[in-house]
Write a protein that binds this ligand. Structure first.
Ligand code: M6R
Length: 606
């Protein structure tokens, strides 16, 4: 996830762009760069590190000019370095890009055969090369960009400038981009917070929009050059509200971001037609020798491990041991050098998880991190890393990190299944088709958030909740209960439904509502019996399932129906209403949702 910004107006572009970049830095910060049109040619500067490092480098230089582009990068292809930083300039053409060009290797190969030389490891560099190619063949600037865009597969938001031209071109497909319409100035940005201090009038671009800006004149067309009409919307956001995308809290924003976060997790990693999962730069040791897989983490990330254990054991038939990082590091587990240790962390800075990784490395095991934050300690010090690409998670309660971690685990399961010869391309194709439906299905749940809010509002006076689930949804309810307790301070306990009779049933009465997650899988009937037992004891039931069942509905206080999916992916859908329920209860109770008492976003001490 990178951030891009562009300016065309009457003032000096450089200061405006640097200021906007600072506000976009939350989207990624391993390197930054700027391009300004100066005396007919585009001057660029790039620097590894933060925006402040770029500013320190250029503040004494002459970067005068009233049109420019800038970029803050979070590496996906190519290590963080000045060479791989944006903007990328090829001949007369300068480009900034956010997203992933899936067919870049193929394009790069064919451009190389035409004699073009590449200087970076990025996927982005193919874009200016393609544009230059079309310019050389006689196309005008706008047409050359359009032709190049038609060759790209994947996701992108781009900004383009050309030496000797007063025109800036921008385009988007599956990556965010908006146009800010200011007083005598036009801007483009990945996100409103970047430019909310200059304008509150935005055009929220749609996929396949191409924006052409020349001397303050704006034109929006589709890929074929036909003009399209886009409304300029005035928003009443303050800077802080804009950062939250208009949501009341970061947590709610992050819950609603899950469809996009999941899509970004998948980008560049799944090849549905070929029935393949690809993890660039992942160099696992001989998987046929793996005797056991360890999954180690804390909190929500640990719950993702518990879910992964179900999918790995069922599909890979390899024993999986899950452990809480603070336990793993002290209990001297029996490790074999050929075991694989997977460490999961949103922040990559959780002290216990890092210590567990070091412990495993000390014993000579291969460590693989699943992590969200690029360049974090865990991601740097583990031998392998797969990023979740969820984008920054700011709310202390983890939401999109969880669903993207499960998504990565699922892809990793398919990847290992292929390497071990247990899954063929047809199996993988089938699984990928289900995976690809998730963003749409999460959106369908989010569209019913008002129903969940109503349930939350009507029941937030209870001081205790019991959560029940079975199989792969036992960890889902552990996570649902964690969400509720950490932000609303309501006591919530989760049990495997089969355990209810072994103790917790003693708690059931009219003051102990029970949240049940039970899709219609092989354990549904058993859970129905649990519901009967709760109701007999005057307990109140809130059922989250994937098929409406009149009998169970008549026994429950509320039933929420989740879209159907395969067993392995159910938690990704069933956790969303639980996240929402926790959020709405906490919000209506008036707690500090984003920074609940006594908690920190990353626990960097033992
Ligand atoms: O950054 P990590 O994923 O390593 O953090 C682990 C836990 O501290 C974290 O998941 C915590 O439990 C959250 N507050 C849960 O919402």
């Amino acid at each position: 996830m990178c951030g891009i910004v562009g300016y065309q107006g009457r003032e000096g572009a450089c200061d405006i762009l640097i200021d906007a970049l600072r506000r976009l830095e939350y989207r990624g910060y391993d390197s930054a760069g700027i391009a300004v049109l100066q005396g007919g040619s585009v001057k660029i500067a790039r620097k590894q590190g933060k925006v402040s490092d770029l500013w320190n480098m250029i503040s004494s230089e002459n970067f005068a000019g009233s049109m420019g582009l800038a970029h803050t990068r979070w590496a996906t292809h190519g290590v963080p370095s000045e060479r791989n930083a944006h903007p990328h300039k090829v001949g007369d053409v300068t480009v900034v890009h956010n997203g992933i060009i899936e067919n870049y290797l193929e394009l790069k190969e064919s451009l190389k055969q035409d004699g073009r030389t590449f200087v970076s490891d990025t996927d982005t560099e193919v874009i200016p090369h393609l544009i230059v190619d079309y310019l050389d063949k006689g196309s005008g600037f706008e047409e050359a960009v359009r032709q190049a865009l038609k060759r790209l597969k994947g996701s992108y938001a781009i900004g383009v400038m050309k030496d000797g031209s007063e025109t800036m071109i921008a385009a988007k497909k599956e990556s965010p981009l908006l146009v800010g319409v200011g007083d005598g100035e036009l801007m483009i940005a990945s996100d409103a917070p970047a430019i909310i201090n200059r304008t509150n009038r935005f055009i929220f671009l749609e996929d396949n929009d191409v924006v052409t800006m020349t001397n303050g004149e704006l034109k929006i067309t589709d890929f074929d050059g036909t003009e399209v009409d886009r409304e300029v919307k005035t928003v009443q956001w303050t800077g802080a509200m804009a950062e939250k995308g208009g949501y009341r809290h970061f947590m709610l924003k992050e819950i609603f971001e899950q469809p996009r976060a999941l899509s970004e997790t998948l980008i560049g990693r799944i090849r549905e037609e070929e029935g393949e999962v690809v993890f660039d730069d992942l160099d696992l040791p001989d998987v046929s020798k793996i005797r056991k897989i360890w999954m180690v983490a804390c909190g929500t990330s640990y719950h993702a491990c518990l879910i992964a254990r179900h999918m790995f054991e069922a599909n890979l038939r390899v024993p999986v041991e899950t452990d809480i990082a603070s336990e793993f590091r002290y209990r001297d587990p029996i490790l074999d050098r050929d075991d694989l240790v997977i460490l999961v962390s949103q922040s990559g800075e959780t002290a216990d998880t890092i210590a567990a990784m070091k412990e495993a490395r000390k014993k000579g095991l291969y460590t693989l991190a699943i992590c969200n934050v690029l360049g974090s300690t865990l991601s740097r010090e583990s031998q392998g890393v797969v990023y979740t690409h969820a984008g920054p998670e700011i709310g202390v309660a983890s939401t999109k990190a969880f669903t993207t971690q499960i998504t990565v685990f699922f892809m990793l399961m398919l990847y290992l299944g292929r390497l071990k010869g247990l899954l063929d391309s047809n199996d993988i194709r089938r699984h990928l088709a289900e995976l690809k439906k998730l963003p749409r299905n999460i959106t369908a749940i989010l569209d019913s958030s008002a129903v969940i809010e109503e349930i939350a509002r009507a029941n937030m006076h209870y001081r205790h909740f019991l959560f029940l689930g079975r199989g792969i949804n036992f960890p889902t309810v552990l996570e649902g209960a964690l969400k509720l307790k950490e932000i609303s301070y309501i006591h919530a306990e989760a049990y495997a439904a089969g355990e209810m009779k072994h103790g917790p049933i003693a708690l059931i009465d009219e003051n102990m509502p029970v949240v049940v997650v039970s899709p219609k899988d092989q354990t549904y009937k058993k859970t129905c019996s649990n519901i009967e037992e709760v109701v007999t004891r005057r307990g109140r039931v809130f059922l989250f399932t994937d098929t409406f069942d009149h009998d169970m509905a008549s026994k429950s206080d509320a039933v929420f129906v989740i879209p159907e999916t395969i067993y392995e992916l159910q938690p990704i859908l069933s956790i969303v209403p639980l996240q929402l329920m926790a959020y709405y209860m906490a919000n209506h109770l008036g707690t500090d949702v984003d920074q609940p008492r006594n908690l920190a976003k990353s626990v960097t001490v033992e």
